[in-house]
Design a protein around this ligand. Sequence first.
Ligand SMILES: [Zn+2]
Length: 263
Amino acid sequence: MEQTLLKSLTKASKTLGIPEPHDGRGHLATNNNGAKWKTRNVEKLQGLVMHQELGWGSVEGVARYHTGPSSHLHDGGVESISYSWAIRRDGQIVLCNDLDKATWSQGYKGRAGDENAEFISVMFEGMFKGEKVTDPKAGEPNDKQLLSGMVLWQVCKTEWDWDSDDLYGHYHFGKPACPGDTLQVMIDAIRSNREKLVYDFSTVTGRQQALKDLGYYAMEVDGKWGPGSKGALVRFQTEHHLEPDGIWGPNTEAAMWKALKNA
Ligand SMILES: [Zn+2]
């Protein structure tokens, strides 16, 4: 798996004029006595989570810190850097760990089961502006880093056949500062098409919200299916060449998904 990804990344890097990826395994600091990562099933990975370094060092420095005695991750450090991938300031993508290592800080708070098993993490070198980032010198990821982030996402998305909303930032999991404003905009933009598709059509609220987002329903989403809601549905059905009966059936629902997807 790692070799396949590195090969795709190498190919992409040549086309896009970014540095070829680097296999950092065996080069970055490790600690044989540090806490061990759990093992996860690579085939079942659910998505990619982007992080920022929130610092002024390098991938090497972060690896030394995580594995060292002063690591905040674990007393006595951890066995290796706590990210699967990293992106350097010059845009080089670095493979930091075997992907079957479930490194720290990759899951939903409160998720049942081993949340750390589900996601791949990537850390961008640097200190980026964002919510709760107090360093006055904080800047932005540069163009090469952003491009490499997109490439890594695309290569992983293809490999695992993920959807757009399988891309996350650490802010989705309770760390607003990470990975900072600019990457958050990028992540939100990639996810936006899919985010529109979060509707529970088994509820009146979900149906009203969909009609509202598509511009057919102007009233309050209140969970009560009254004449206003029905009128909105009839207008939607008419415009989509469905029988305008005001009944939410399978054809209407299919047309609704399609409309929301294209919205
Ligand atoms: Zn983070």
